[in-house]
Design a protein around this ligand. Structure first.
Ligand code: R1P
Ligand code: URA
Length: 240
């Protein structure tokens, strides 16, 4: 069966999908974390793989950048390929001043400036939130992290921005004042699609940079810290 953006057969995807933004990260996770991973789709270079992790079937697929892109892939996976749970594994810019590069944020809410979400439920301000079971399982798994990587794991609100470069300082200051931890570009769209399709979703993101302080990370260090979010996502799938 093929949808406009995914060319795979029924049963090619596992019910659980990890979803990084970058398709090359999906490839790396498939090759280094999953066992017996095979490529199941590559339309537009958006690579998707299915394998196993500790005996459980798991898929990993890129989402691309932004709410429109992740909404397309999440809708097709949930609606046509039997997917039940998607965990976005992404990077975020730290907004709250106590965050450091290498910390992880479990997105317990996602504010957004997206017009797509503003129009979702006419007359109401829809609140984009993850599946409670996945979020609490990821948070519980974080308490047992023994990788020695050192970054803290926070649970709190993300800001899913429609813009990477147009950073509207007043809005961002207001979001921080209201408890927002970090900015990325997809979680709110993923949560809204999961709600609409009656499926489950979560975003677990590594802090790759800070909006309030310049801080550099080597590419290798960035990938190592990113892998902590992958481990938390896999633990959440196993335990939720
Ligand atoms: O690293 P990913 O998962 O792509 O996430 C972040 O990085 C991209 C911007 O550089 C946006 O997609 C943003 O959400
Ligand atoms: O969307 C994003 C992701 C990482 N860092 C940012 O500043 N923005």
């Amino acid at each position: 069966m093929a949808t406009p953006h995914i060319a795979a057969e029924n049963g090619d995807f596992a019910p659980d999908v990890l979803m990084p933004g970058d398709p090359r990260r999906a490839k790396r996770i498939a090759e280094t974390v999953l066992e017996d991973a095979r490529l199941v789709t590559e339309v537009r270079g958006m690579l998707g793989y299915t394998g196993t992790y500790q005996g459980r079937p798991v898929s990993v697929m890129g989402s691309g950048m932004g709410i429109p892109s992740i909404s397309i892939y999440a809708t097709e996976l949930f609606r046509f390929f039997g997917v039940e749970r998607i965990i976005r594994i992404g990077t975020v810019g730290g907004m709250a001043p106590h965050l450091n590069v290498g910390d992880v944020v479990i997105g317990t809410a996602a504010h957004t400036d997206s017009d797509v979400l503003r129009r979702l439920v006419p007359g109401a301000y829809y609140s984009a939130t993850p599946d409670f079971g996945l979020a609490t399982a990821a948070y519980a798994a974080a308490q047992g992290l023994t990788d020695g990587a050192g970054g803290a794991v926070y649970a709190g609100a993300l800001f899913s921005s429609d813009s990477f470069y147009n950073n509207e300082p007043e809005m961002r200051a207001g979001l921080v004042e209201h408890g927002t931890l970090a900015v990325e570009m997809e979680a709110a769209g993923l949560y809204a699609v999961a709600d609409r399709e009656h499926k489950k979703a979560l975003a677990i993101c590594s802090v790759s940079d800070l909006l309030f302080r310049a801080e550099e990370l080597s590419a290798a260090e960035r990938e190592r810290l990113f892998d902590r979010a992958v481990q938390l996502g896999l633990a959440a799938f196993a335990q939720a």
